[in-house]
Design a protein around this ligand. Structure first.
Ligand code: DGY
Length: 438
């Protein structure tokens, strides 16, 4: 691998200390900001990844991250009651005016804490299972089991929300209704379905480009549409039936589908440990349904699963890293061969969109840059199996990049430059848990 000379090389223990300090600096008392300024609240999937990092030096704090997150879970008394188990992508525990759209933009003023009205990839059951596996001493295992007894029933409600509200017909493929919900905000895969979404005409002021150069963030046309979709949810009274019927943006996102699939298997395994046999069986039935239905998302062209427009039925035929989560999800066509091919095309690990494919942009948010937590999930899908060496290769390229650049939000796959927010929690956590060895 070619490493430009000007990169700083940190010794790994020194870097581990910086990683711990990053989490401590972003701690707001029970929850972790992704990074100060740019993302000043608790984010859903960031929280699950951050907890992995905390586990390596402060296990009670790691478990606390989930309890704080689940304070934001909607119940039967919230917003019409049809969304029991809904877990928003942002929980606004405290106010901040450094982010748009903040707590006053979502129509959730009646809630405490206030939240957004869209979710995010439901990876928590998998994170909890990894945390249990990493809790090896009898004391650590006892602590883990105590927390799991509280957290697993909450996660069962959350998974039930996904299947009930986002796949009411039981097709096996949940629907997502907002690009921010995918966590992979402006992936080129969303360009076609977003074209059908009207641009908002109401005024709003973005904050993200005050923190990060506009060339690394989504353009205005994207924001005009995601703001429209946010307001649409509120006008629909957060009614899941109405949203699934009328929302102008409905997509079968292969990222959410793969992450939910893996998490449901891990949640079923956690249920086994807690003698919760009915929910475990029900989860396994959902998993079998998805296993069959996902074949409809196979791309012959890119030899991987891709997303699909749930309104038109058209494949969104873009090779994104979400499609490399097939082995992680346990889908019958795994992702090892395609991942191996991708690794030959860049010096710095797996980009979010395949290099030189339509829509690839090396430095713009989710259109090309490398995200280390995604690399970790993809690699974990190969670990311990016939493609274990591939997991090692992804790990090696990721480690070298972090040792040279530190904990950026994302990285240019062609030059290795650190991009987006700096001092970023999930990148630091990924280093501690996966790359530094805990
Ligand atoms: C943002 O504001 O860019 C976030 O990714 C939305 O969750």
């Amino acid at each position: 691998m070619f490493i430009p000379k000007e990169f700083t090389v940190y010794a790994s223990e020194e870097l581990a200390e910086k990683a711990r300090q990053t989490l401590k600096d972003n701690d707001r008392g029970g929850y972790t900001l992704p990074t100060d300024g740019l993302y000043p609240f608790q984010w859903n999937w960031d929280a699950g990844i951050s907890a992995l990092g905390w586990l390596t030096f402060d296990p009670p704090r790691a478990w606390q991250e989930f309890h704080t997150l689940f304070k934001g879970m909607w119940g039967t008394a919230d917003a019409g009651g049809a969304n029991d188990g809904f877990l928003a992508h942002i929980i606004f525990h405290k106010d901040s005016d450094s982010y748009f759209p903040g707590p006053d933009q979502w129509g959730t003023e009646a809630l405490s804490p206030r939240t957004s009205s869209i979710s995010q990839p439901p990876l928590h059951a998998t994170m909890l299972r990894w945390m249990l596996e990493a809790s090896r001493s009898p004391e650590a295992r006892q602590l883990a089991m105590e927390h799991l007894r509280v957290l697993v029933p909450q996660l069962l409600r959350h998974h039930a929300w996904w299947y009930r509200c986002r796949d009411p017909q039981g097709s096996g493929l949940v629907v997502n209704i907002h690009p921010w919900e995918t966590g992979m905000d402006n992936s080129p895969a969303w360009d076609v379905p977003l074209r059908k979404v009207p641009e908002t005409t109401r005024p709003y002021v973005r904050q993200d480009t005050r923190h990060v150069d506009a060339s690394m963030r989504p353009p205005k046309a994207f924001y005009d549409r995601v703001v429209y979709l946010m307001d649409f949810n509120q006008q629909a009274g957060f009614d899941p039936d109405r949203i699934l019927r009328d929302c102008p943006y409905r997509v079968h996102d292969i990222g959410i589908i793969s992450i939910l699939q893996r998490a449901s298997q891990d949640l079923a395994a956690l249920c086994d440990l807690l003698d919760l046999s009915d929910p475990a069986q029900q989860l396994r039935r959902q998993v079998a349904r998805t296993q069959a239905a996902v074949e409809g998302l196979w791309s012959q062209r890119w030899q991987q699963y891709v997303s699909r427009d749930a309104i038109t039925g058209e494949l969104l035929d873009h090779p994104t890293s979400a499609g490399l989560l097939a082995s992680y999800a346990g889908f019958s066509r795994g992702s090892a061969d395609t991942t191996r091919q991708w690794l030959t095309e860049t010096a710095y690990g797996l980009p979010s969109t395949r290099v030189n494919s339509p829509g690839f942009e090396a430095r713009r948010y989710w259109r090309g840059p490398v995200w280390q937590h995604i690399n970790m999930l993809i690699a974990k899908g190969f670990e311990g199996g016939p493609d274990d060496a591939l997991a090692g290769q992804i790990q090696q390229s990721s480690r070298e990049l972090l040792q040279r650049q530190g904990f950026h939000e994302y990285f240019d796959p062609l030059t290795g430059d650190g991009l987006g927010g700096a001092h970023f929690s999930w990148t630091a956590a990924t280093y501690l848990f996966w790359l530094h060895g805990g």
